[in-house]
Design a protein. Structure first.
Lengths: 323, 261
């Protein structure tokens, strides 16, 4: 008897959303990114549609990254001293679909940059590249409430993706997002229940569910990747089963997490038996990204250009778009 | 759970009067209120007193369609009225209902296929309501076989184990729970199960408590759908909480709000 692939009948779809606004839509972007819209688990073409390619965002910081592993410093060189130059390289040389500007310098433990400094960084990156922008706070809730409204304001009309709203801190960023016509990232600590609650809370403020991207704090390969993966899979199953409060596209922060692993970042002389440092780091990042791709993620925030190239090839093949 | 709102029924005075006076306003209100309360589908029944059931159904379905595209469960035993209702309601409707005897299945299964509708089948046949779960299971099996033969997918079938008022037949609630569990193994995919919930408490005191408690028990047994009073907030709260406790819905602190959003 011929093998018949079991096909699941899903009742619902992931919502689709577009980031970036071209001139016709009131922005200045030369390209936009649409993600989501899946009607099946990742890439099960025999069962449903994956209408939009997962998008690759490359992360750029507003300050030179402290303790950057050598392979990354080598890849970006002096560009890390200026977010606009850095972003330009990510887009023009490495083909990033989006730039994720993380305002790390605003953190009180870092340079404690002002809202105005952060807004300047946003403006300079918007001016340097035509791709859509993710604007990500420094992670310190009070400081983010100070800087994000101003950053949102200077990017009004550009339809950026702002991050992040959490269960405990969502009002300021959600209000800014709504006022300036952006999209919003809701974040949870690898916890599907808190993720859902965060979505309920921001939607209660009046933000339409179709403007949300979900982020489960990512774990890298060897450091909780499987937890993040299984949460993503459960989230996607809930979405396809009709849970509107979990039916949004998902985002994974791959680069920073993967390169936290000692296997990725240790210099060659510290562990010669592990082989070339660049190969390790790039492999670690690519493996983590590929795993999340299969967990259903829609936007991947990446670091190393070679990992980006490998990931793009993987996406091409999974989408049936191989050259 | 697939919630079918029971309130657009000519047995209720307000609906009966609206039909008689051809006043769509109360029907519009009931449709909107039930959907807002979490109904996935609206039952539409002209009631036993309608002078011309066909004309009344036509008017009633049109009145509901003026305010919503939600699926409708056309509730009548008369094939011509059913057919008219389905035609006006459109694809995705529910036939409520057929009995399990062959002559009825011969009419309603092809009608479900033709109108791309789901079919509620009562476990009643020419011999009446079976005494126990086995008798109900036998009728259900016959219905599933007939549906498959005529090209109606089992998952578009909803088997109703026929609950009787607890003050009339106190052993029935248990039989129906057993029936719900048994039906899950009849086919792959299995047919869905449904209950006309309010019947369990017909003629009793403390109706809401009985409805609510029995719904939770039936959901735990695997019930997929119910025709019920979605405007009973505590009943719907119990249903929503059950889905969370049965791991059918993902928990969030505001899980009630999430369901109703």
């Amino acid at each position: 008897m011929a093998f018949e692939i079991p096909v699941e009948k899903w009742t619902a779809a992931v919502s689709a959303l577009t980031i970036g606004a071209a001139e016709a839509d009131g922005g200045t972007r030369t390209s936009t990114v649409t993600v989501g819209g899946e009607t099946t688990l990742p890439f099960l073409g025999f069962e449903g549609d994956t209408p939009n390619r997962p998008a690759i965002a490359m992360e750029v910081l507003d300050v030179p990254p402290p303790n950057y592993p050598e392979p990354l410093s080598a890849a970006f060189g002096d560009a890390v001293n200026d977010p606009a130059v850095w972003a330009k390289r990510c887009v023009e040389e490495f083909g990033a679909d989006m730039v994720c500007l993380r305002l790390a310098g605003a953190h009180p433990d870092q340079e404690n940059k002002s809202a105005e400094d952060c807004a300047q960084a946003v403006k300079s990156v918007l001016g340097a590249v035509g791709v859509p922008l993710i604007i990500w706070g420094c992670g310190q809730p009070d400081k983010d409430n100070e800087i994000m409204p101003r950053c949102s304001e200077v990017a009004a009309g550009e339809n950026c993706l702002l991050g992040t709203a959490t269960e405990d801190n969502y009002k300021t960023i959600t209000a800014a997002c709504m006022a300036d016509g952006h999209k919003l990232i809701t974040e949870a600590p690898i916890d599907i229940n808190i993720q859902k609650q965060a979505n309920i809370l921001v939607s209660e403020m009046g933000l339409d569910l179709s403007r949300i991207v979900m982020f489960q704090a990512t774990g890298g390969l060897g450091y909780g990747m499987e937890y993040a993966y299984s949460i993503m899979e459960r989230t996607r199953l809930a979405a396809l089963g009709g849970d509107r409060m979990l039916a949004m596209p998902m985002l994974s922060v791959v680069g920073p997490e993967a390169w936290k692993a000692k296997e990725a970042r240790s210099p060659e002389e510290a562990a010669p038996e592990w082989g070339a440092a660049e190969e390790r780091g790039v492999s670690w990042e690519t493996t983590t990204a590929t795993c999340f791709l299969n967990g259903g993620t829609d936007i991947l925030v990446m670091w190393h250009p070679r990992a980006v190239a490998l990931l793009r090839k993987t996406i091409d093949s999974l989408m049936g778009e191989e050259a | 759970m697939y919630a079918i709102g029971e309130r657009i029924n000519g047995m209720f005075k307000a609906v009966r009067e609206a039909i008689q006076a051809q006043d769509p306003e109360p029907i519009h209100d009931l449709a909107k209120q039930q959907l807002a309360a979490g109904a996935n589908c609206l039952d539409v029944n002209v009631g036993p007193a309608a002078a011309d059931p066909l004309a009344a159904m036509e008017w009633l379905v049109k009145a509901v369609r003026e305010v919503t595209d939600a699926p409708l469960a056309i509730d009548t035993t008369k094939p011509d009225v059913m057919s008219k209702g389905l035609e006006l309601a459109g694809p995705g409707s529910v036939i409520n209902s057929t009995k399990g005897q062959q002559d009825q299945l011969d009419i309603f299964i092809p009608m479900a296929v033709e109108h791309n509708a789901s079919l509620i089948a009562l476990t009643i046949d020419e011999n009446g309501i079976p005494r126990d779960a086995n008798g109900r299971g036998e009728i259900a099996l016959r219905v599933v076989a007939a549906a498959m033969e005529k090209g109606l997918d089992p998952d578009r079938l909803m088997i109703d184990g026929v609950i009787l008022p607890v003050n009339v037949a106190q052993s029935t609630p248990n039989h129906v729970l057993e029936t719900i569990r048994n039906i899950k193994v009849l086919s792959d995919p299995p047919p869905k199960t449904v209950l006309g919930l309010s019947n369990v408490s017909q003629g009793t005191q403390l109706r809401e408590l009985l409805n609510r408690t029995y719904l939770v028990m039936a959901l735990a047994a695997g019930l997929d759908a119910a025709i019920l009073d979605v405007l009973d907030t505590e009943l719907m709260d119990a249903m929503i909480a059950s889905e969370v406790l049965l791991n059918k819905a993902v928990y969030a602190d505001d899980f009630l709000k999430a369901y109703r959003a």
